[in-house]
Design a protein. Structure first.
Length: 134
């Protein structure tokens, strides 16, 4: 598969959960930055504060709960596998539960990205930030 000009030697399902979360973290952050910037120009420190309110383990843990009921069986398995991955690091000032659930969300976003499912990524990100917009 080729994504952004890079040929991947493995399919999305062949990557470890932590590798999926690694790329998914970047994808999720790009969506969050795009979402914040879509409301218009503002000082970078304000942009960063708004993005950080979305991209953190506590916030993403809540998103895990929102996504559970709308995912396909396969998507839920990927997110759950990410949640259960054995990471040797932990986010500062975040509970282990929040960190693990956030890793699950990021793994899901990484998996969808590597499968080229951009429309589904956009749909799920919209659900993730639903409470943020209301």
């Amino acid at each position: 598969m080729v994504i952004n000009g890079f040929e991947f030697k493995a399919a999305a399902g062949e990557f470890s959960s932590l590798a999926l979360a690694y790329i998914g973290d970047c994808v999720f952050e790009l969506y969050a930055r795009s979402y914040v910037l879509s409301s218009g120009n503002k000082p970078v420190d304000k942009i960063n504060a708004e993005v950080r309110a979305i991209v953190n383990a506590h916030s993403q843990s809540g998103m895990y709960s929102r996504l559970e009921g709308v995912l396909t069986e396969e998507e839920f398995r990927v997110m759950k596998r990410g949640r259960n991955a054995n990471s040797h690091t932990m986010a500062k000032n975040q509970s282990p539960t929040d960190y693990r659930r956030a890793t699950g969300v990021e793994a899901l976003f990484g998996w969808l990205y590597l499968r080229g499912e951009n429309q589904r990524l956009t749909e799920l990100f919209g659900l993730c930030i639903k409470n943020e917009k209301d």
